[in-house]
Design a protein around this ligand. Sequence first.
Ligand SMILES: NC(=O)C1=CN([C@@H]2O[C@H](COP(=O)(O)OP(=O)(O)OC[C@H]3O[C@@H](n4cnc5c(N)ncnc54)[C@H](OP(=O)(O)O)[C@@H]3O)[C@@H](O)[C@H]2O)C=CC1
Ligand SMILES: O=C1OC[C@@H](O)[C@H](O)[C@H]1O
Length: 368
Amino acid sequence: MATQKLLIFRWGIISTGAISTAFVKDILLDPKTRGVEDIVHKVTAVGSRSIDSASSFVDKLINADGSVKIYGNYAEVYNDPNVDAVYIGTPHTLHYLNASDAIKSGKHVLVEKPATTNTQEFRSLVTLAKQHGVFLMEAMWTRFQPVARAVKQNIDLGVLGAPVMVHADLSGDFDIENIPLTHRILDPNLGGGAILDLGPYPLVWAIITLYEHPENNRSKPTVSASMVKTPLTGVDRSTCFTLNFSELAAQAQLSCNINIPPCSISATLRFRNGNILIPAPIYCPRWYIVQHFDKPGSGKVQREETIHFEIFGGGWHFQADEVARCVCEGRLESSVWGHEKTLLEMEIFDEVHRQGEYRLPEGVEQVI
Ligand SMILES: NC(=O)C1=CN([C@@H]2O[C@H](COP(=O)(O)OP(=O)(O)OC[C@H]3O[C@@H](n4cnc5c(N)ncnc54)[C@H](OP(=O)(O)O)[C@@H]3O)[C@@H](O)[C@H]2O)C=CC1
Ligand SMILES: O=C1OC[C@@H](O)[C@H](O)[C@H]1O
């Protein structure tokens, strides 16, 4: 890694599916289009289970001068000396194994959401990353985007008063009756179902609004949850979970579903003096609305503003900038989305699984 004024940050990409494609397209955009002058991202290696897939990924996405290493496996990416950090875009249940292999090779890691399938797996990754002195972060891209940062600032200003309730949903129609049962959204061996795939997004808005609230003092919520399973494979088709934050006397009512489309306003953050409305898709909103009541608790909207952000690209590059900056500063975790928040997320999902009686097939969880 070059550590001059302009940081050239070198990525190795693990897997060549949908999200790896989106991530690579974004990080190769000109960083100046998002006001970033100190970092340039480079992809120096791509690993796939198939060399042909790695090769066509590189041909399609990377302005190749022949310098990108193409591998028909993941291990060679971990061992490539020209890779600073590894990005892992495999299905959920492979994240632990892929991330631990990368860490053991001394690579910094950005691993897709959900970081692992359970809390113990993520705990074990954190220990391993600390032992090897490498940076580790879950790819919670939403938290690094302009809308999330602006909403957080707005909440911290306190003008809307105390937070009382968060309603947030992420649903998507995956056409589950017509896709193969081996699709990652349906296959329990790949962690199929709504909560692990979509649950991180309603949760991130609750974390921003309630968990990160200065008066919450980082207290963890209690959880109550229920699931509706699909008879197709037994994974959760629809999940509702409620979080009680007793320090704030506030609640979050969160849900996710894999066979309906999203609602147009998918998150409502409700405060004593007003609301913040977040439109779909809640994983990458381009605007938000702030409503101010005429007096606390009245519900009568006196003033409303809509704040827009122009984003060049899909929104995955902001988290990559965070990784590069943290690594450059020698940090092992992000202060925005650090290990503690992923551990909280995984603890909540473990409890949702327990109450919903969702058990991953024997042998899928690598650490229990
Ligand atoms: N942040 C975001 O916006 C999004 C995040 N995601 C996350 O990314 C992860 C992957 O999702 P997505 O890209 O949609 O999935 P895809 O199925 O499109 O891609 C996954 C890739 O993983 C590799 N892979 C390795 N082992 C397996 C296996 N047993 N079965 C299937 N694929 C395997 C394959 O690449 P190869 O053959 O090249 O090795 C495959 O192309 C999930 O954890 C999901 O939560 C997904 C979508 C959006
Ligand atoms: O992270 C995600 O966001 C968008 C969804 O469609 C996808 O399945 C999920 O993994």
